[in-house]
Design a protein. Structure first.
Length: 198
């Protein structure tokens, strides 16, 4: 059971499972979800970002279940393009100022509707898209996401961004699809607000 923060309605396990079974695309932010929020700079600009191999396996595990992955980022990052290429992620929307507005473009490209989307983000620039998807699909955040984001999602990973948070979210979705209350990798954490209501 999870409390939907937008409506304060309890989402029972059967509703979470039904939503998970409709998911065909998991969208993710880059910095703070796939990376640890750090970036190394030199006088030439961005040099390097850290990515988790576990998150890469999360993309592969989702793909095996028939779920694709896409990235929406406010940045134009060469390392992100290389990582997406390595993981065969073709839906990459970079330099996005308003992710909520960009969602309409993503839905058109993928020929999907909001019920078929899950999203994981970590900061205030993710709130618009989280608010939109939360009513129809599934939403998540890394353990070290901003507090306002953690209060706005269905699932909080037990690990930080860049350390397997995307994989944690992917495993949760797959576990729900397969009818398990809890996935094997980690335990979901409800936001403090949701815990008070239970």
């Amino acid at each position: 059971m999870v409390i939907d923060q937008s409506t304060q309605i309890i989402l029972e396990d059967y509703e979470l499972r039904a939503r998970a079974r409709r998911i065909l695309l998991v969208l993710t932010d880059n910095d703070g979800v796939l990376t640890d929020n750090g970036v190394y700079y030199s006088d030439a600009g961005e040099v390097m970002k850290r990515y988790s191999v576990r998150d890469g396996m999360g993309v592969a595990v989702l793909r095996k279940e028939g779920i694709e992955t896409g990235i929406i980022s406010g940045e134009h990052s060469p390392s992100l393009l290389r990582r997406a290429e390595k993981l065969r992620i073709t839906l990459c929307r970079l330099g996005v100022a308003d992710k909520k507005v960009e969602l309409a473009t993503v839905l058109a490209i993928a020929q999907l509707n909001p019920e078929q989307i899950a999203y994981i983000g970590d900061d205030i620039n993710d709130l618009g898209i989280i608010d939109t998807i939360r009513s129809y699909g599934l939403t998540g955040a890394p353990a070290d996401a901003m507090p306002i984001v953690k209060r706005s999602v269905h699932f909080i990973a037990s690990v930080q961004g860049g350390h397997g948070a995307f994989r944690d979210f992917a495993e949760w979705i797959i576990s729900l699809r397969n009818g398990h209350k809890e996935h094997t990798a980690y335990q979901p954490v409800l936001s403090p607000y949701a815990q008070e209501l239970i």
